[in-house]
Design a protein around this ligand. Sequence first.
Ligand code: HEC
Length: 188
Amino acid sequence: MTALRPVDLLLVFAMAGVMAGAAAAGRGLRPAPRFADADDPALTARGAVVYAQNCASCHGAHLEGARHWQAVGPDGRAAPPPQNETGHTWMHSDDELFGFVKYSMIDLAAPGYVSPMPAFRGRLTDDDILATIAFIKSRWPVGVRAYQALLNPDYQGMPAAAAADGWSLPADCGYEPNRAVRKPDGSS
Ligand code: HEC
C-alpha cells in the first residue's frame, strides 16, 4: 500500500470535519429519545392514575387488552392490544411508544389508514405520557423488561434484576396484521 501523502491526509481530516459537523447538526434537529423510568415509584404511581383514566377503557383495567386482539375484528378495525407481557408493546423502544401515544400510529400506518388508537397530543402532557409508559413497563416480568430495554439507546431501563438467573425472554405475541377472523367453517 502506498503511503498517504500530506495532501491526502488533509482531505481525510476535512471529510472527518464535515461528517462531525453533520452529526452535530443532526443531533440539534432531532430531540433526544424519550425515556420512561419504570423504577421511579412516583412516576409509575402517577402513570397508574393516567392509565386508569385514559387507557383502561380500551386496553383493560389489568392491561389485558381485547379478546382475540391479534385478529382484525368484524368491523375491519384493529382491536386494542394488551399492554401487559402478552401483547407487543415490549417490541418497541420507549421513544416509539411515546410517539404512538402522542400521535397515534401515523408512523406505521399506510396512507389513509385511520387507527382506533387516539392521539393524546393536546390531551395529555408529555410527562403524563411518559408516566403512563413507565407504569406499563413496571408491570412486565423481568425478561420482558430486559428485552425491551435492549431497544433503548444504551439499553436504558435495563432492570437491575436482569443480572440474576431465572428469567426468560418473552414469547412472540402472535400478531399478524390484517389477519381476518375465521368463521367456524374456516371461511373468512
Ligand atoms: C379508544 C380505544 C383506545 C384508547 C382510549 C387507547 N388506546 Fe391504545 N390502542 C388502541 C387500539 C385499537 C390500538 C391498535 C392500533 C392499531 O393497530 O391501529 C392501540 C395501540 C396502542 C399502542 C401501540 C401498540 C402496542 O401495544 O405497542 C400503545 C403503546 C397504546 N395503544 C397505548 C395506549 C395508552 C398508553 C393509552 C392511554 C393514554 C391508550 N393506548 C388509549 C385503542 C385505544
